[in-house]
Each structure stands twice: as structure tokens, then as C-alpha cells.
Ligand binder design. Sequence first.
Ligand SMILES: C[S@@+](CC[C@H](N)C(=O)[O-])C[C@H]1O[C@@H](n2cnc3c(N)ncnc32)[C@H](O)[C@@H]1O
Length: 192
Amino acid sequence: MSKSSTTTGEEFNKVYSSIGHWIWTDKRIPKELKEIVETHTPKTSLELGCGIGIFSSFMASQGIIATGVDFSSKAIEKAKKRLANNIDKPVFAVGDVTNLKNINEQFDVSFDVGCFHCLDEEGQQKYISEIHRLLKSNATHLIWALDSSPSGMKLSPKYMVQTFGEHFKLDKSEFSRRRIAPSHWYWLTRKD
Ligand SMILES: C[S@@+](CC[C@H](N)C(=O)[O-])C[C@H]1O[C@@H](n2cnc3c(N)ncnc32)[C@H](O)[C@@H]1O
């Protein structure tokens, strides 16, 4: 078990082995992600907790060199299988977002749709230190997270300012009802 997550890769493997779980096979690309592509025109992107890789596939389809990481080997296996015949496909890797030691390049943009809220406080700090290491200066990190996280924490714009404050500036947050639950989108910029 990852010490910094309230769930494990094995638990998520069970979810991804079940057929057609609607939450994690939702193919709609969030407009917030599309906007990042339009406004930032990134050449490279990193997705944390990419699941079966739908959003990173979208990034690759836009000509971006996309990388997706998830600690569920089953999800990564499915992501790779789905795109086996595509030319523009992301690089998918099994990895824990609290320790991405196998990734060493710096990205233009990173994003996370539903992973950050899986982490406990220690995991959140490790995650922040990893995205700080893996993003270029002034690069944007986009997060969608539930307000009441599965890890039992209350996430809010105020909480994100406090938690990310050392290395990231919260530029904007927006309340969302994505996937029904009260949640927020957060746009963070790497400070230095
Ligand atoms: C709610 S799912 C979202 C998947 C995908 N982003 C989507 O929206 O379709 C959360 C994902 O985060 C992954 N995850 C949770 N904790 C993680 C960790 N510590 N390291 C890597 N992946 C993690 C899970 O395996 C799962 O695929």
C-alpha cells in the first residue's frame, strides 16, 4: 500500500477490472482541459492519476507529447491496449504520484482529474513536491477534486492556497458539479 494514499493501486485494479465503471470510463473531455490546450499551447503534458488514459489521449490527439501516470497497473494496461494502434499516443507509466522518481523531464503543463483527493496530508505534500520538480517555471497545474475527499478531508480554495502556497499560486478556482458531486477546478501556477 502506498503510505500516502487512502487507496491502493490494487484496490483501483479491482475497479478497473469491473466492466464499464461509468465514473472512470467517462469519455467527455472537460472544457477546462480543452481551454488549457487553447490558451497555453503546451508542447508537453503530464497527467497524474490518468486511469485508462482518456484525457492524455486527447492531449496526444492535439499534437502534444503527453505522459500519463497511474498506480493501477490494470488501468495502465487498459490505457495501452486502447491505443495500441494509434500513432499519436501518450506515454503511459505505472507510478505513484507521491514518488515519480522514474520521470525526470520538465513539462509545460500538468493536470489531474480526481487523483489529488485520494491522498492524505503527507501524500499531498509529496505530490506537490513532485509537480514542482516536474513542471517548468510559471507552468500551470490543473486539478479537479471533490470537496469532500475520499481521504476524509475537506478541500476548498482556501485549503488549496494553504497547501500549495509555498510552491504554487492559486490563480483561479471554480465550483463544479462534475460527476454530480460538489467539487472544484483549481488552476495553479508554479511560482519559481
Ligand atoms: C477517480 S479516478 C480518475 C481517473 C481519470 N483521471 C479519469 O478521470 O477518468 C482516480 C485515479 O487516480 C489514481 N490514483 C489514486 N492515487 C494514486 C497515487 N497515489 N498514484 C497514482 N495514481 C493514483 C487511481 O488509480 C485512479 O485511476
